[in-house]
Design a protein around this ligand. Structure first.
Ligand code: G
Ligand code: G
Ligand code: MN
Ligand code: NA
Length: 247
């Protein structure tokens, strides 16, 4: 039985699938400003399979579309339980390019009682490259519907700085490789500072991912970042444990 077949089976009842949440913190690392929804799959025989190992298969098979829509529905239900909670949801390039994507996002949020103003759709630079004109139209339509847009894994793509001026996003999430180069690679501070400067010049919120040490936290604060995310604060946790974070 292939992973793809098992995933298709799992999607019939969502058995074994779960959405966990990783806190996003303010720059002091003291207050939670939102969460990122992250898929988890407990396979019936293989045990936990990391998303890195099944997202690509889900994309190849098209299963990422029902899977991604389910994550958004779960995020909306979580929002009903925790009013005011900002929830970030990852959007696969395959979803983004699918016909009717924007309408589906709007319908789901309406059906599930979510608040698009507090839903941040995380897209990757890859979606911007293929058809710039179409990508821009999709982003504009999503924003008109009230969604916020974040550019995920920022800095890992191709000629990223260019895109900032042409795509109306709300946030950039600096890839964790940059955070992890702090104190290790020579120009890491200068690179982060220039990304922050550019992001701020365009009116964007700048989040740093992969924060694991207090040294990284203070360097990111000094560089002017707005928000932090990483194991220093918390890994993704099940919904039941999010309640602890809300207090
Ligand atoms: O959750 P980490 O904990 O292991 O996630 C690994 C990768 O899987 C990341 O690139 C993350 O963006 C991606 N991922 C996790 N959850 C989702 C999801 O719901 N949808 C999509 N498209 N990607 C996800
Ligand atoms: O691509 P995206 O940013 O959506 O992926 C989020 C991924 O980053 C998940 O796999 C999540 O578990 C992982 N992650 C979150 N915080 C940290 C961290 O502090 N260190 C490392 N190494 N990975 C992290
Ligand atoms: Mn993400
Ligand atoms: Na990322």
């Amino acid at each position: 039985q292939s992973i793809a077949a098992d995933l298709r089976t799992a999607l019939q009842s969502y058995q074994g699938l779960a959405v966990w949440y990783q806190p996003l913190m303010d720059i002091d690392g003291k207050n939670m400003v939102g969460v990122e929804a992250l898929l988890r799959w407990d396979h019936p025989t293989r045990g936990a399979i990391p998303p890195g190992d099944f997202i690509a298969i889900a994309e190849e098979t098209g299963l990422i579309i029902p899977l991604g829509e389910w994550v958004l529905r779960e995020a909306c239900l979580t929002q009903q339980r925790f009013p005011d909670l900002m929830v970030a949801v990852n959007v696969s390039p395959v979803q983004f390019r699918a016909t009717g994507f924007v309408a589906r996002m709007i319908d789901i949020v309406r059906e599930c009682g979510g608040d698009p103003q507090r839903i941040e759709l995380e897209i990757t630079e890859g979606v911007l490259i293929e058809d710039e004109h179409e990508a821009r139209a999709i982003i504009i339509a999503l924003r008109e519907a009230g969604f916020r847009i974040a550019l995920d894994d920022f800095g890992t793509g191709y000629s990223s700085l260019n895109y900032l001026s042409t795509f109306p996003v709300d946030k950039i999430k600096i890839d964790r490789s940059f955070t992890q180069s702090l104190g290790v690679a020579e120009n890491s501070v200068a690179i982060i500072e220039s990304v922050v400067k550019l992001g701020h010049a365009m009116g964007l919120t700048v989040t740093a991912e992969g924060v694991e040490t207090t040294g990284q936290m203070s360097a990111l604060a000094d560089a002017g970042c707005n928000q932090l995310q990483g194991y220093l604060f918390s890994k993704a946790v099940p919904l039941e444990r999010l309640g602890d974070w809300m207090r």
